[in-house]
Design a protein around this ligand. Structure first.
Ligand code: CTP
Length: 215
């Protein structure tokens, strides 16, 4: 039985007990991928951050909150899998210091120092180079250049490009327009469709590519 590891949702980076930095990821695309992979008979492990909806039924589920927790969970589980899809929207930065006490608003300004979170997807290559690895790229400008650069620098087999525009808002919606870029230079542009349909096409494409590439 083929095994797939999927990450979904956002990460939350706490500032104090009541505040955090995060992003608009709803979890819908990642959860649609879980359902599509289950439909194809794969053993699915889901690592999920906070999301707007409840996660679907899956073989194994790990809940995390921060990027560092997500990295630990990915590194713990990735080697037991054949395919890895990093769909989660990881916060690129976290607060340099966490305040155990609620931060009070004494001053007119609050200058927040942030430090970089690790690039989880990138660090999985040296750890698990034999696994078919897929990333997502969410771009507002120079989409193809940026996505190609991510495909190369993160040493992926495939990247799913979502261009955010007025017509394609992606985040939080049930529909999306995406393109698949493959490591061998192949490109497939898909029309706007539901995230469920897109997830089915993506899982089928990954299974086909794995067969062709002799994984
Ligand atoms: N990603 C990751 N770890 C991070 C940031 C991103 O694993 N710290 C993954 C995402 O899950 C996605 C891919 O890398 O699969 C691309 O994420 P994206 O946010 O589009 O790009 P970044 O690499 O963060 O670059 P930038 O924010 O500069 O566009």
């Amino acid at each position: 039985m083929l095994r797939i590891l999927i990450t979904a949702g956002a990460t939350r980076e706490p500032l104090d007990p009541v505040r955090y930095i995060s992003n608009r990821s709803s979890g819908k695309m990642g959860y649609a991928l879980v359902r599509a992979a289950k439909k194809r008979g794969l053993f699915v492990t889901l690592i999920t951050g906070p999301a707007d909806i409840l996660p679907p039924k899956t073989n194994k589920i790990i809940h995390i909150e921060t990027a560092l927790e997500m990295k630990r969970a990915v590194m713990k589980h990735i080697c037991q899998n054949d395919i890895f899809i990093m769909c989660a929207a990881v916060a690129d930065y976290r607060a340099a210091t966490y305040s155990r006490k609620k931060i009070k608003h004494h001053n007119k300004e609050w200058v927040l120092r942030l430090i970089r979170n690790p690039d989880i997807l990138k660090s999985t290559f040296s750890y698990a180079p034999h696994i078919y690895r897929v990333g997502f790229a969410l771009e507002t400008h120079a989409p193809y250049e940026n996505a190609k650069q991510k495909l190369k620098s993160k040493k992926l087999d495939m990247i799913v490009l979502n261009c955010i525009s007025k017509k394609n808002k992606v985040l939080g919606l049930d529909v999306s327009q995406a393109s698949f870029l493959m490591a061998n230079g192949a490109k497939e542009e898909l029309p706007m469709m539901t995230k469920n349909k897109l997830a089915q096409i993506l899982i089928d494409r990954i299974l086909k590519n794995r067969d062709q590439d002799d994984f």
